[in-house]
Design a protein around this ligand. Structure first.
Ligand SMILES: Cc1cc2nc3c(=O)[nH]c(=O)nc-3n(C[C@H](O)[C@H](O)[C@H](O)COP(=O)(O)OP(=O)(O)OC[C@H]3O[C@@H](n4cnc5c(N)ncnc54)[C@H](O)[C@@H]3O)c2cc1C
Length: 529
């Protein structure tokens, strides 16, 4: 049965699409969600990687998710158990030492003291500064970016409030905010700390998921934006029992209960447009479905360059979307292990419930990035690792483990003469070589390995260019410019067509920020109609 004509259609059941669908349903709009894969969740899924082993296939840590979304969706009642490992992060050094980032600031400062008493003294002030600046920015993440050409009264009022909050930050913090945003994160951390490992572990938050290195201008802004989501310098290691897939299954349940219908295995081929307004979609199997509006959780390039007939869009707009930068630099390796690996410098394996950082100094990270500029895979990649079975043994057979390894830099576009079919094994062997340096003998424990290249991210998971955040989070593609200047308010040049995914403000990460913000704007527009 086709849905009634007054139902909006949501293309994609990523966590943002599910969030938007939930809020649209709560507003009485009865959305229909169409997901091309057989499972909901997009990049937030838990899947079987080998018989008996289940792993977070892509993302292994949760944003964290906006508390208001968790509350509105009643995720706790639906059995979602958020896990907050402590320490959150352990940074490994090639000299066999390890640095623990605990949730408690004083404990982390004590751990830092073993590397540098001077850095230990500075750490608390760094944390509190990040918390203040992050606190200021978090309000901006929750708001819809203002229209720059014709701001309404409400937007001007909101801008005034932002201005007042900025003044309340005080001269010193205000100056820091303006100065640090455009800076290279390498310079920023070097102003605070002298320990290589500490600098690199913090700077990694400014480059995670980007096509930038720690010496790239503007990576300071990403560190600050991450601080707005979670100010702790080690970043978020929040996860969910059962992996991210357990979270998105519960989000789908919440959306259904609120009145949304969700169909999987329903790939949208085209958005139908009549007289400049989106009127529904056509599926790849030819089925036509009418809708009162269409909301795309797919990334901006996919939405406008693949799903919409170019005739419906102004050539100027199309040119800007073609210039929206979306080539990714990340890959993923999921390992099924027959036993727990021993990491050098980590006495108690129980402390590995959070994430592990491999990338011991700024130069290591920059060299890893350098290779990607020339279409090469890093000789020694930067790795962010989780071992989810430590928190949830049910993900593997008894005594066995899964290890989720995020790998950067693996450029989407490889240098001439290379492609991802042949380079897949090159990537895997480089990752294993680095891992073996920190966990000697790990290779013998690998029963199965799943290698997910940027091409797989595009083809299997629908991430254009393999970009994990639906587009580069660079200064020119953030806030009022996400995805492009003039179209940051979740609306598009086609009436009734909206965006709700990570390619919109505030961007990537499993926070549900884009989905919640988009729903607010869509409800305003569609209810007013
Ligand atoms: C390898 C990797 C590691 C990551 N690590 C982390 C991490 O540790 N922490 C963190 O917070 N974030 C992480 N992220 C980022 C985070 O997962 C994403 O930013 C976030 O999940 C994006 O959510 P979304 O709902 O906007 O889009 P997606 O999750 O990409 O969902 C979009 C959905 O739309 C569907 N779709 C696309 N086109 C169509 C179509 N034509 N028809 C129907 N359906 C369609 C897709 O199949 C997909 O399900 C990672 C991402 C990746 C890929």
């Amino acid at each position: 049965m086709p849905p009634p004509h007054d139902s909006p259609i949501v293309i994609g059941a990523g966590h943002n699409g599910l969030t938007t669908a939930f809020y649209l349903a709560r507003a009485g709009l009865k959305p229909l969600v169409l997901e091309r894969r057989s499972v909901v969740g997009g990049a937030a899924v838990t899947e079987e990687i080998a018989s008996g082993y289940r792993s977070p296939t892509l993302a292994h840590a949760i944003g964290p998710l906006r508390p208001s979304v968790a509350r509105d969706m009643q995720l706790a009642r639906r059995g979602v158990e958020f896990l907050h490992p402590d320490p959150r992060l352990i940074a490994l050094s090639p000299d066999g030492r390890a640095l623990e980032f605990a949730s408690d600031m004083a404990r982390t400062a004590e751990a830092i003291r073993a590397f540098s008493p001077k850095d230990a003294e500075r750490y608390p002030e760094f944390c509190s500064t990040m918390a203040r600046l992050g606190g200021f920015l978090s309000g901006i993440l929750e708001s819809t970016p203002p229209s720059l050409s014709a701001p309404g009264t409400g937007e001007l009022w909101d801008l005034l409030k932002v201005g007042r909050r900025f003044r309340a930050l005080g001269r010193k913090d205000g100056y820091r905010l303006l100065r640090w945003g455009p800076m290279a994160v390498a310079d920023l951390v070097a102003e605070w700390f002298e320990t290589d490992l500490l600098q690199a572990a913090i700077a990694a938050r400014g480059i995670f998921g980007t096509a930038q290195g720690p010496w790239s201008a503007g990576t300071g802004a990403l560190l600050l934006l991450n601080a707005a989501i979670d100010p702790a310098p080690g970043g978020s290691s929040v996860t969910v029992k059962g992996g991210p897939g357990a979270l998105t299954s519960a989000m789908a349940q919440a959306a259904r209960e609120a009145g949304a219908e969700i169909r999987t295995g329903a790939a949208v081929a085209r958005v139908s447009v009549r007289d400049g307004r989106a009127t529904g979609v056509v599926l790849e199997d030819g089925t036509e479905i009418e809708g009162s509006a269409v909301v795309s959780n797919a990334d901006p390039r996919r939405t406008f360059l693949e799903l919409v007939d170019p005739i419906e869009l102004d050539p100027g707009f199309l040119a800007k979307i073609r210039h929206y930068r979306c080539p990714g630099t990340a890959a993923k390796m999921n390992l099924a292990l027959t036993a727990f690996p021993v990491f050098q410098g980590v006495g108690n394996p129980g402390t590995l419930r959070g994430r592990l950082h491999i990338g011991p100094d700024i130069d290591y990270l920059e060299r890893a990035f350098d290779a990607s500029k020339y279409g090469e895979i890093s000789l020694e990649p930067y790795l962010d690792i989780a071992i989810p079975t430590l928190q949830d043994p049910s993900l593997a057979p008894p005594g066995r483990h899964v290890m989720s390894v995020y790998v950067q830099y693996a450029p989407y576009k490889l240098a001439a003469g290379h492609d991802w079919t042949t380079e897949r094994d090159v990537l895997a062997s480089r990752v294993m070589r680095v891992l073996d340096r920190y966990a000697p003998g790990i290779e013998q424990l690998v029963e199965h390995r799943e290698v997910i290249t940027p091409i797989d991210l595009e083809r299997k998971y629908g991430l254009t260019g393999g970009h994990i955040f639906h587009g580069e989070p660079s200064l020119d593609q953030l806030f009022t410019m996400r995805p492009i200047l003039g179209w940051a308010q979740y609306r598009t040049p086609i009436a009734g067509l909206y965006l709700c995914g990570a390619g919109t403000h505030p961007g990537g990460g499993i926070t549900a920020g884009s989905g919640q913000n988009a729903a607010r704007e869509i409800v305003k527009q569609e209810i007013r109609r």
